[in-house]
Design a binder for this molecule. Structure first.
Ligand code: HEC
Length: 139
């Protein structure tokens, strides 16, 4: 699974002439727009909305540390996408980004995006976020 996702990402990166740096920048922009309200600009879990939530947003800079030093790629991917989890357990506190990115694709605001199949577009958005989150890991 990881390898399939990784090679798909590589494919997207090559197909949409963007380099790795751009992938991370996209992820950063996306993070600041959609995630920082809850997880905080530094991703440590203290965004402005966090005090209104009953469940604290996770500190996203400690994901590797709390997993024995290894970044829990698969889990992070599933939590961000969220569609499988929702189907299994019903509502949760974390928004379901898989649906949002699918809607973004349907809205077709970027003229080049419909050349990419919907699921690949969703995967690309989630992977650029994960790449950014990986750069924030600390002890
Ligand atoms: C409305 C507030 C909110 C927003 C916005 C939000 N999150 Fe979360 N997030 C949470 C909460 C609360 C949790 C704790 C677990 C839960 O309740 O599902 C969480 C958990 C997570 C986890 C799980 C960490 C672990 O320990 O496994 C990841 C990864 C994550 N969020 C990433 C993101 C990303 C990436 C975005 C933006 C695309 C985002 N979150 C936007 C509230 C939010």
């Amino acid at each position: 699974m990881d390898r399939a996702i990784a090679s798909l990402f590589l494919f997207l990166v090559l197909a949409l002439p963007v380099n790795a740096e751009v992938g991370i920048e996209l992820g950063q922009q996306e993070f600041l727009e959609n995630c920082a309200v809850c997880h905080g600009e530094s991703a440590s879990g203290n965004g402005p909305v966090s005090r209104f939530l009953r469940i604290e947003p996770s500190d996203l800079t400690k994901l590797a540390r709390d997993n024995g030093g290894e970044f829990p790629f698969e889990r992070v991917y599933q939590v961000i996408d969220g569609r499988t989890e929702v189907a299994l357990h019903g509502p949760r506190k974390m928004p379901v980004w898989g649906y949002k990115y699918l809607k973004d694709w349907e809205k077709n605001t970027d003229p080049t995006q419909q050349e990419v199949p919907a699921e690949d577009f969703v995967t690309g958005r989630i992977l650029s976020l994960i790449r950014y989150i990986q750069t924030l890991q600390s002890e």
